[in-house]
Design a protein around this ligand. Sequence first.
Ligand code: GLN
Ligand code: ZN
Length: 756
Amino acid sequence: MVTLHNLGFPRMGAHRELKFALERHWRGEIDAQALETETQALRAQHWQMQRATGLDWVPVGDFALYDHVLDTSLALGVIPARFGARTQTRDLGLLFRMARGDANTTACEMTKWFDTNYHYLVPEFAVGQGFSLQANRLVDAFAEARHQGIPARPVLLGPLSYLWLGKTRPVPFDPLQLLDELVAVYGQWLEQLAAVGAEWVQIDEPILALDLPPAWKAAFESAYTQLARTPVRKLLTVYFGELRDNLALACHLPVDGLHIDAVRGSAEVNTLVDRLPAYKVLSLGVVDGRNIWRSELEPLLARLEPLYERLGERLWLAPSCSLLHVPQDLALEDGLDPELRGWLAFARQKLDELAILKRGLETGRAAIAGEIEASQAAALARACSPRIHRPEVKAGVQGIDAAMAQRAHPYAERAPAQRERLQLPLLPTTTIGSFPQTAEIRQARADYKAQRIDQTTYETAMRQAIAEAVERQEAIGLDVLVHGEAERNDMVEYFGEQLAGYAFTRHGWVQSYGSRCVKPPIIYGDVTRPVPMTVDWTGYAQSLTDKPVKGMLTGPVTLLQWSFVRNDQPRAITALQIALALREEVRDLEAAGTAIIQIDEPAFREGLPLRQADWNAYLDWAVRAFRIASAGVDDATQIHTHMCYAEFNDIIQAIAALDADVITIETSRSQMELLQAFEHFDYPNEIGPGVYDIHAPRLPSVAEMLALLERAGQGIPMDRLWVNPDCGLKTRRWEEVTPALQNMVEAARQLRERHG
Ligand code: GLN
Ligand code: ZN
């Protein structure tokens, strides 16, 4: 028998029931009890659905009201002092205060979960941090599931990964100092789960797919040796990458089974089969939990058959990782092109695929002949569909040469040409692109989508918003204007909708954090740009003013990174295709007279692979894609880029290699850190370190921005310094934006006077 199991299921509900319940609760429309009842029903539904696909073990504890790392902190009593007493950890008030903060308390920091777009709440460890097992939701959920007859298996975030993902605050220290006490509490937790009837426990240790310092590897040995005595069987789960130098360690830890990501780590499967001790279960995550493509059953089966022969009952099958990162159910997508739909599998369909594989292994191929045939037919159709394969695009990528990734002259020669053309003052002021998405703008978009208004009416409304933005910017006295992005609801969707090769789902939501979901587009085919995408809007804005208006594009890496991508060609190739499409847009903007073009790459850093050994390969193609998109312009056309993160010291060389004339960067929470980077690295071109945090509702003062600029001027020559907020302003209101920008312009004026 092959055991089927799952590592985690999407929490939101097919119609985002969790999101809406949470938001009703936060608005005070339903109380905590009602929220608990609603979410209990949702969980039950998800368990039944998973069980119905034939799972032998259904994960429990993967469902979190806000975040599973936060649930772990609450269970272990890791509550930062500012939230008060370390009791009442099942209290929803405390949970949501930690997640979202309140008037007096800053929320816990949120950061990306490995290389996904899911954000977790960072555990905070103080010096001498204690741990104590609290009444916890995991035990409740387990009881709930058992009561419903579900073969439930609790899921825990393992102690090492939990420690690794946390931060020591306020003073830094080695978190491994906390390990012994933490492991003791994990021991109690496992005993508690055993006592309520858990047979197996899934312990997630995804950090085994990362580069680990020797002390952490040793810590794995000691922690799991300590936990070995607990009376419950333990499945250690690793996902998101290969084990590499951690393979021997993962094989030999004293647990009862090991799960690996057999999609990203497929090359290691045979080694593991050879090396895993004979008493252990080997769970292979053969169905991709990070993407939405239907599995090819025949080759998968061919790979699994000999393994099943060798492993027998010890072979378990699962998705590669939790299905949290894919949408729930393809059955809802009635609007998708049927051919494309036939190539896809969402969470529910992925579990079905596993059940088919199990049947094929246990009873022979004949039993699943129909399914194999359908899967082969879909794969074949996809491999040669004219919907996907456009010879001219492939030829375009083939034809890329070194010159296309290179501006005609180096920055030092371009800068005078740009100065001559733009006639900007010292310390030019600008913004990052978007202005407030007002109620009228959103209403017009919704009306247009629902066909309540026609295209002309919609375009008139957008033009009006653009005209208003231009007028306000002129009144504020900014030097380089933007059109304000009124027509864009999302910086990826807007371009994806106009590029060929992209598809959009109706319900393909994936949790980003808390109640927030994103609906990533699907890049399924060769990407081309049928018609210009931004030229009219930018041109219209430019027609209203004598000041330069920046053209505004989303860069190739971000367009790739925030989508589900093709698995039938390397990411690098897809990135180059997008880059070529953008290159045409850049050229069209230039031809229409746009003197400054900004290509945003907020996702540039998050594309970094988990293992440092893979960084260079990524950075090579990512930089190349950006350069191909941007380098086809004259010296006198100024290319800007914008990035949203503070920690970029480790890739600053690559950022410089983009060779943008100007880069604006988010510095919000760690301005000092950012500026320090420039003391160590001589950034060759112009730079606009964000002078105020647009995420904070507070009005920034002239004095503080002035101080920041002075400080920046020590590392960056004044004549290469720009003055701008740290990110787009679409989430703010004009009442906030106007005075903040007025202060910013005033700060620039005073500094010019001083250094004039
Ligand atoms: N130009 C975009 C905006 O201003 C950039 C958004 C971003 O950095 N994420 O909204
Ligand atoms: Zn930004």
